[in-house]
Design a protein. Structure first.
Length: 294
C-alpha cells in the first residue's frame, strides 16, 4: 500500500534532504525509515544556573505572557520539560504546574533539585490544562504518540485554553538554503519537520485553531549563526554542543577555530536573522499559539 501523509492524507512525496520524505501537499517532512523516540539531555544538569533565565528563556517567558493575556492561569503543563528550567521559572505564574518528560536523568534532576512534579505521560496529568507549552518537543514524537498526545490535549484543555508550540520550520529560508547544515537539522532525533501549513492542519484536526505567531528572535538568530559555522567547520553544531550541552572537546584547535569564526558568523547571522522577521512563515523556527475552540 502506498504511503500517505498522516497529516493531510496526501500521497505524493519528494525530498529536500534525503533523510526526510516531504509531502508535496502540506510540506510536512517525516524521517525516512523507522521512527523511535530517544532520550535526550538538552541542558546541563546543574542546579546553580537553573533559576537564572537565559536570553532564550526570557523570550519563552515573554511569549507565554503575551499569549496568556486575559486567560485563566490554572494549570501549566510543559511537554518535553527536560531539566525543568522553564517550568521552574514560569510555574509561579500559575496555581499548579507540571512537566511531561521521559529522559530519566532529566526527570530525576527536575524532581530532586528543582522540586518539580514530572510525569512520563500526559494522561497522568490531573485536572484541566489551561496552558500547555511544547518548546521543541513535538518533532521528537513518533506518529502514534503524537496523535495520542493531541487527543489527550483535546480532552484535557477546556474551551478557551491554549497550546503554545515552537518547532523547526521545514519551509524556512534557512532550511532551504543550508539543508543538512541547518542548525535545527537533527537526524535521527527529529522525527518530523513541520511547516506552517502542516502544523496548523495537525492542530485543527484535534480541535485547535491557530490564534497567533510570533517572531522567534533567539532561535532565528542562533540558527543562522550556527548554520554559517556548520558550513565553515566540521561537526554539526559543534560549538553549540560544546557550550550548551557540555559535549567533550574534539580538540583545542577546533574550539579556538569555532570561537574565531564566531566573530565573523555572528554579525552576518544577526543580519540574516533580522531579515527573516519580514516573512514570518519562512523564519527558521515557528512559535505559535493554538486555542481550543468549543
Amino acid at each position: 500500500m502506498a504511503p500517505r501523509c498522516f497529516i493531510c492524507g496526501g500521497g505524493a512525496f519528494d525530498h529536500v534532504t534525503p533523510q526526510y520524505r516531504r509531502c508535496t501537499a502540506c510540506g510536512h517532512e517525516t524521517l525516512a525509515g523507522d521512527q523511535a523516540q530517544a532520550y535526550i539531555v538538552n541542558d546541563a544538569l546543574d542546579a546553580k544556573p537553573a533559576a537564572r533565565a537565559s536570553v532564550l528563556e526570557r523570550f519563552q517567558g515573554a511569549v507565554l505572557d503575551r499569549f496568556l493575556a486575559g486567560r485563566r492561569r490554572g494549570q501549566l503543563v510543559d511537554i518535553g520539560s527536560g531539566a525543568g528550567r522553564f517550568l521552574a521559572q514560569q510555574g509561579r505564574k500559575f496555581q499548579r504546574h507540571c512537566g511531561v518528560e521521559i529522559t530519566p536523568a532529566s526527570v530525576e534532576f527536575a524532581q530532586k533539585n528543582l522540586g518539580l512534579t514530572i510525569v512520563g505521560d500526559i494522561a497522568a496529568v490531573g485536572g484541566d490544562i489551561d496552558v500547555a507549552t511544547a518548546w521543541h518537543s513535538l518533532e521528537h514524537f513518533p506518529e502514534p504518540a503524537l496523535g495520542a498526545l493531541l487527543d489527550a490535549l483535546r480532552a484535557k484543555v477546556p474551551a478557551g485554553g491554549c497550546v503554545i508550540v515552537s518547532v523547526p520550520n521545514a519551509a524556512s529560508f534557512q532550511y532551504r538554503l543550508f539543508r543538512a547544515r541547518y542548525a535545527f537539522f537533527d537526524v535521527p532525533s527529529h522525527l518530523h519537520q513541520f511547516t506552517p501549513d502542516s502544523l496548523a492542519r495537525l492542530f485543527q484536526a484535534h480541535g485547535f485553531v491557530r490564534t497567533g505567531t510570533v517572531t522567534s528572535w533567539p532561535y532565528n538568530i542562533f540558527g543562522s549563526i550556527q548554520a554559517l559555522l556548520n558550513c565553515a567547520m566540521p561537526g554539526h553544531n559543534y560549538l553549540y554542543c560544546r557550550l550548551k550541552r557540555g559535549h567533550p572537546r574534539a580538540s583545542v584547535a577546533r574550539d579556538l577555530a569555532g570561537l574565531g569564526l564566531l566573530l565573523v558568523a555572528g554579525p552576518l547571522g544577526l543580519v540574516l536573522g533580522l531579515l527573516e522577521a519580514a516573512v514570518p512563515a519562512r523564519q527558521a523556527v515557528l512559535t505559535c499559539c493554538f486555542e481550543k475552540r468549543a
